[in-house]
Design a protein around this ligand. Structure first.
Ligand code: SF4
Length: 275
């Protein structure tokens, strides 16, 4: 029996910090890093992965080389994924991981999977393997490392934060239906081509009878009308102002307010994607 140590990198802050932490605290472990590429990631994610690989001194394996978002969209008859029918997480995140470790698990090898759930994230549950020789570890929870600790780890290692944190709360598929309306508005600002792609997917899905739009209650066509975009921005700014008043945050700390703090993340988080 042999042992494998694996750590999933999501393209977000927490899993990158966990990779840094494990490299520093457990240099004796030969950890295999992997990234389940949905084929619909932000360009900033690939740039961040490159930065992290530089620190780790080893490549991050890319899973899903052939069966990406477009493949599965066809399989699901052009119906968009949604919180009710989350085929994306199952097909693009969980299954590729299970396939990747399957041979080892079936052979009876001990597989240790390290998952970046922080000590301040009680509401999140990790992946439940159902296999006795696939053991899930939560090092941040055990070590009491919270959100501030994660940022500190990345800054101290010279990796820093992914650059999309400036305008979006987490990574994941460019079109993730969990994003807030202000994030759609900002996707239009930052990556207008990706926004247009999302609109095309949505139109195609609606033409095929899908009951879901990417953003709840309105199509991207409607969301991107100038008056609607202006309204979304005003609503968001008001929420931020309210939060600032509540927390007595001064003007210099404006940038520190993240989208999850404004809208709350519990219950909306893509649990398995670990963003
Ligand atoms: S990030 Fe969003 S769209 Fe992508 S797999 Fe997770 S839930 Fe689905």
């Amino acid at each position: 029996m042999t042992e494998r140590h694996v750590l999933g990198i999501s393209g977000g802050r927490d899993s990158a910090a966990l990779a840094v932490y494990m490299r520093q605290q457990h240099p004796e472990l030969d950890i295999e890093y992997f990234f389940t590429d949905t084929g619909k990631e932000l360009p900033e994610v690939y740039e961040f992965l490159g930065r992290l690989e530089g620190f780790l001194g080893k490549p991050i394996a890319r899973l899903n080389p052939e069966r990406d978002f477009d493949f599965w969209l066809k399989e699901y008859k052009d119906f968009l994924p949604s919180p009710q029918t989350r085929w994306c997480t199952k097909q693009l995140k969980i299954k590729p991981f299970e396939t990747w470790v399957k041979t080892s698990v079936q052979r009876g090898d001990q597989v240790h999977s390290y998952v970046a759930i922080r000590s301040d994230e009680d509401y999140r549950e990790g992946y439940v393997s159902g296999q006795s020789n696939l053991k899930v570890h939560l090092p941040f929870r055990e070590a009491g490392i919270d959100k501030a600790g994660v940022t500190e780890l990345l800054e101290a290692a010279g990796v820093g934060l992914p650059s999309y944190y400036r305008w979006r709360s987490r990574s994941g598929c460019t079109f993730c239906f969990y994003q807030q309306k202000i994030e759609w508005a900002r996707l239009l600002d930052e990556h207008p081509d990706a926004f247009e792609d999302a609109k095309r997917y949505e139109k195609n899905a609606l033409d095929h009878g899908s009951p879901f739009t990417w953003s709840q209650g309105e199509s991207l066509e409607d969301l991107s009308r100038p008056e609607r975009l202006a309204q979304i921005r005003i609503d968001h700014d008001r929420r931020v102002e309210r939060l600032k008043r509540k927390r007595l945050i001064n003007a210099l700390q404006d940038e520190a307010i993240e989208i999850d703090e404004v809208y709350g993340s519990a219950g909306k988080m893509c649990v398995t994607c670990h963003k």
